[in-house]
Write a protein that binds this ligand. Sequence first.
Ligand SMILES: [Mg+2]
Ligand SMILES: [Zn+2]
Length: 191
Amino acid sequence: MNGVSPTGSRLAPIRHVILDRDGVLNRELESGWLTDPEQWKWEDGAIAALAIWSTHGTRISVATNQSGIGRGAVSRKAVDSVHAWLSNEMASLGVELVGIFVCPHAPDESCDCRKPRPGLIRQAVEKSGIPAAETIVIGDDLRDLAAGRAAGLRVALVCTGKGPRVRDSLEADALLFRDLIEAATRTVART
Ligand SMILES: [Mg+2]
Ligand SMILES: [Zn+2]
């Protein structure tokens, strides 16, 4: 378990958490793209985790690659409808949502927002107004962490979604959480 900062120095408190979506907040579909809130299945612990962050006033962003839009497999409207639903769900949990930041581009479009590039993460940091030092990126894939790192943030892997398959390749600077409940518990302990 990588529970300690690389330098062992005292870390700034965490006031803003940037979450990946698929495999972190919701179960990934076995195939295809999520186009309707009816298909949404919360990952284990996600609702409880959001409630913990909400109680502590930790701001939340979601940063998600949705290349199905750029590939023509799903409409922007469908993705937006899922996110409008998600925003409402989060509001009902008391979450202070900064925003849901979407990369709609296909991989061959060479945009600057598709993770592992840092564009989405930077958008979230800028909109939050919270310093990067008080922000963490949590994802289930190494490209989420690469994006966070490229934006100069602390990063953590959660062992849902793709997490169990990639955890052996985790770099030493990353925190590792079993699930989102542990992520919430441990991050609010730093506030
Ligand atoms: Mg994911
Ligand atoms: Zn993009």
